[in-house]
Design a protein around this ligand. Structure first.
Ligand code: SF4
Length: 479
């Protein structure tokens, strides 16, 4: 682009970071030279698939319309004045308001006006950043016509005046943020910060400050109120009692306060606190974990791997159902149900242990997808005698751990807790999605087999981890 400085101009591509964290979008724009941004393979995959989707939309548009590619803001203006059907890679510049925007397409309406349009992998136009981006283009173009979103599942959506309030909020807040040379003060959020490229930059400062939102289960809005009441640090909270702690929003009642205080104490001591005895069901345990691909372009996740660890729980006792592509989705689901029936027959008192609600909700959505809610095996899985057992439940109910997140890896990898290490330390659920998408794109059979082996080994470690967690809970917290 010729003369559009992006540093001080407001640009809709900031909407994603802005929706996540004020500091993140500030850092994006202020370009701190000393901050090293780690590579993110999942993000790179999303960009690659997004570009593929954009090209697919472009191909479709070219079938019916005359498409011209813009090379600059001036060229975009010229093409608009000429009234061409579609302007690809449009460049919009509003020097007066200091706005810059790059809609994928400008599509000429019968009225002669242009509608901005973006190709998005998302399956819904309701996401904050999509509303802002398309609302922003409409604002630069000053059009009343709705903007168009070509969604990831092939559907088309429109965004009109309903996006104006959130777009105006974005403009106002971004102007304030960019006018400041000081990093905005924000709270720690484990889910957002862990996935953020600035994690290594922000975390030490939160720790030095003993920021209370570092604690699991204590929300930022509760911390605002606690600070007003004089509880400024984790030490202050650790020294409180449930009786002395004031009732503040999101931290009301004896139990919640007690947990927060124990979490604060555990932060320093590394101790595990037992709130109630751990209760695990008797029976013959089979550990269970799934891997799914959300990037199918159909709107429905494809479970490519249903993994199990059966007695005697060694590496060799890993069993699984695998499907190569989402074309085999139903086949994989039916094989999973058959596998359950096999375990039901093999283990008379089956406990199908998993960690978190994800497995249960995925089985439910598959039953719905294939109209099989009445299927006998499905009924068995969700009936009164259901073998499904979520191991996160007793952990959350009974224990306060020296952790900021209670995910399986948080607990299992911790040296003083379960202390189980995955064979591939870089693996994770997003990692698995990246590997599976590489598997899909790979033509070389040897490379393909290697990728599959890596994914299987990761899933096997996941179910071994839940087994280790079970053993740890039984040994330490059950008599
Ligand atoms: S690490 Fe957290 S606080 Fe820092 S920029 Fe990222 S999301 Fe914001």
């Amino acid at each position: 682009m010729n003369d559009a400085p992006t540093q001080t101009y407001l640009k809709p591509s900031d909407a994603k970071s802005w929706a996540l964290c004020a500091r993140r979008v500030w850092l994006d724009n202020k370009g701190m030279p000393d901050i090293e941004i780690p590579e993110d393979a999942f993000e790179a995959l999303i960009i690659e698939l997004g570009l593929g989707h954009e090209q697919a939309v472009l191909t479709e548009l070219k079938k019916e319309k005359n498409v011209h590619t813009a090379t600059s803001p001036e060229d975009t203006q010229r093409l608009m004045a000429e009234g061409v059907d579609v302007i690809y890679q449009a460049q919009l510049l509003d020097k007066e308001n200091r706005f810059v925007g790059y809609p994928d397409f400008l599509i000429r309406h019968d009225s002669g006006e242009y509608q901005p349009a973006d190709a998005k992998l998302s399956l819904s136009e309701d996401k904050k950043e999509i509303q802002v981006q398309l609302g922003f283009y409409r604002r630069i173009l000053n059009v009343n016509l709705p903007a168009i979103v070509f969604l990831g599942d092939g559907k088309t959506a429109e965004i009109g005046d309903e996006a104006n309030p959130i777009t105006n909020q974005f403009v106002t807040e971004m102007r304030e943020l960019l006018a400041s040379d000081t990093e905005p003060l924000v709270r720690y959020s484990h889910s957002k910060c862990r996935a953020c490229p600035y994690y290594a930059h922000c975390k030490p400062a939160f720790e030095a400050k003993e920021e209370i939102s570092l604690l699991y289960g204590v929300q930022g809005r509760a911390v605002d109120e606690l600070e007003k009441q004089g509880i400024q640090t984790i030490s202050d909270l650790a020294a409180s009692t449930p009786e002395s702690l004031p009732d503040v929003p999101y931290l009301k009642g004896y139990e919640k306060k007690q947990r927060a205080i124990l979490q604060a104490q555990s932060y320093f001591s590394g101790e595990v606190h037992i709130i109630t005895p751990v209760n695990l069901p008797d029976g013959q345990w089979v550990h269970f974990d799934i891997e799914d691909n959300p990037l199918t372009g159909t709107g429905e996740k494809h479970v490519y791997l249903w993994g199990f660890l059966v007695p005697d729980f060694s590496n060799a006792d890993f069993e699984y159902v695998w499907t190569d592509t989402d074309q085999q989705d139903e086949q994989g689901w039916l094989e999973f149900l058959a596998q359950i029936e096999e375990y039901r027959a093999r283990y008379t008192d089956l406990v199908l242990a998993h960690y978190s609600q994800h497995e249960r909700s995925t089985i439910r959505s598959y039953a719905k997808r294939y109209g099989m809610e009445g299927n006998e095996t499905v009924q068995y899985l969700f009936g009164n005698e259901s073998p499904l057992f979520d191991m996160q439940k007793p952990v959350l109910e009974s224990l306060v751990l020296p952790l900021q997140g209670y995910g399986l890896k948080d607990i299992c990898k911790h040296k003083d807790l379960v202390n189980f290490q995955w064979e591939d330390d870089s693996s994770g659920s997003q990692w698995s999605v990246v590997q599976f998408n590489r598997f899909l794109a790979e033509d070389n059979p040897e490379e393909k087999a290697q990728l599959k082996a890596k994914i299987l080994s990761y899933n096997r470690d996941d179910v071994i981890a839940t087994r280790r967690l079970e053993e740890w809970l039984r040994a330490k917290f059950m008599t």
